[in-house]
Ligand binder design. Structure first.
Ligand code: TXA
Ligand code: MG
Length: 389
């Protein structure tokens, strides 16, 4: 991994970006910051480059990539048609954490980018370095999150290094990514409405307001609620990647879940993979503040009793009350500002792994705004183990 200077506006910064852009133009793989998480970029027109991305990440090849652009005029080169609804969303949210699924011009991009679908996911990141890099490279950049498959998405260049050093050609370090969870993936429909395929930085409510039409949320079925009576029987052994008879290991170490065939709504192929599973067992507790806090203390105490190395990820309001029950206590910020929770979640999950936590509890949050993305990612990391109290 070549370390390329990022944010600085000095000579080194410019040289770093130029070098990174040249690598990308030559079909190499370079990680770069965006306003959501770090992406691993490659020329979306080059099958060799895109195959390199899947190989570096260990990502299943049927999970398509997002193409990043810096100027809307680029769309003409690979998108067949932009509807009025799509245009409204671009006007409102680009550049920003919104990805639109659009009909692709056959042959305009590597078929590996779209995993053979007739659509392509596109976004314009709201990040100066990302935009400058895309422009300087002259490429539409296919860029999934720059983590090894099955690890939390990287919000710092050091996370990228941990996962991909030696497997990619460069990293542009731009400091911490801002939002902390990935973009919202949306597909508009003929009626002027839309379906949220993956919750993210832009909420379904915001999208609905802009469209003035109904917005459906397709949530992956990862919330197999825990029966409170049975909950205490859980142990940390072998919980990696989520339970469930339908789970099927892929080469990437991501457990694949059966698609629900009855649901004819468009789905994001990535939603069938469990992501971000920490090495230990993670459970989420969701509910009114006091009962939730009581449940969390109970779960931690029971885990201590079993000899687990315990971790807790909680809002500032209750963190102190868990400290003597947890070996590692990490803050999500205030309950009143879920943007903090989004920004801290992935780094916290990495930290638990580093510290060797075998049993962790995370405090869940409401679905308002970015809360739905936070809960979606927490639920996935927990393999669907959510206590509702
Ligand atoms: O914030 C983000 O979106 C980050 C940064 C780097 O831009 N990127 C990211 O990429 O999260 P990735 O590859 O980790 O996630 C792409 C998601 C997956 O859930 C994938 O299934 C979905 O977008 N997707 C890609 N192409 C699609 C398509 N044609 N139709 C439906 N979903 C698609
Ligand atoms: Mg990802």
């Amino acid at each position: 991994g070549n370390n390329l200077a990022g944010e600085s506006s000095g000579e080194a910064g410019r040289a770093g970006l130029r070098e990174a852009a040249d690598l990308l133009a030559a079909g190499k793989l370079v990680a770069f910051p965006t306003e959501t998480v770090y992406g691993l970029g490659a020329d979306a027109r080059s099958t060799e480059a895109v195959e390199g991305v899947f190989a570096a990440k260990g990502r299943p090849s049927d999970n398509p990539l997002i193409v990043h652009i810096a100027d809307r005029a680029e769309l003409e080169k690979f998108v067949l048609d932009v509807s009025d609804a799509d245009r409204k969303l671009m006007d409102a949210f680009w550049p920003g954490p919104l990805t639109l699924v659009l009909p692709v011009i056959p042959g305009a991009l590597s078929p590996r980018v779209t995993a053979g679908l007739d659509t392509v996911a596109v976004r314009m990141p709201d990040h100066g370095i990302a935009l400058a890099l895309i422009r300087a490279s002259g490429c539409p950049l296919a860029a999934p999150s720059a983590n090894r498959s099955g690890r939390p998405s990287p919000t710092l260049a050091s996370h990228v290094r941990e996962d991909l050093d030696g497997r990619i050609d460069g990293i542009v370090d731009g400091g911490p990514a801002g939002v902390g969870v990935e973009s919202t993936v949306v597909r508009t429909n003929a009626a002027g409405g839309a379906t949220v395929l993956r919750p993210g930085g832009i909420s379904a409510e915001e999208i609905g307001r802009v469209l003035g039409a109904p917005v459906r949320a397709v949530s992956a079925d990862h919330s197999a609620d825990i029966d409170p009576a049975a909950a205490s029987e859980g142990s940390s052994s072998g919980a990696q990647g989520g339970e469930g008879a339908g789970g099927q290991e892929t080469e990437g170490g991501e457990a694949m879940r059966g698609a629900s065939s009855a649901d004819e709504a468009p789905r994001s192929p990535g939603m069938k993979y469990t992501h971000y599973a920490p090495s230990g067992r993670l459970e989420v507790v969701l509910g009114a503040e006091e009962p939730a806090a009581e449940t969390i203390r109970g779960l931690l105490a029971a885990a201590r009793e079993r000899g687990e190395k315990t971790g807790v990820l909680a809002f500032d309001e209750h963190l102190e009350s868990y400290r003597d029950l947890a070996d590692i206590a990490l803050p999500l910020g205030s309950r009143r500002d879920l943007r903090e929770a989004a920004a801290r979640l992935y780094a916290a999950l990495r930290r638990f792994d580093e510290e060797g936590a075998t049993y962790m509890v995370a405090e869940g949050c409401g679905d308002e705004g970015i809360g739905s993305a936070v809960m979606n990612r927490m639920g996935k990391a927990a393999g669907g183990r959510i206590h509702r109290v």
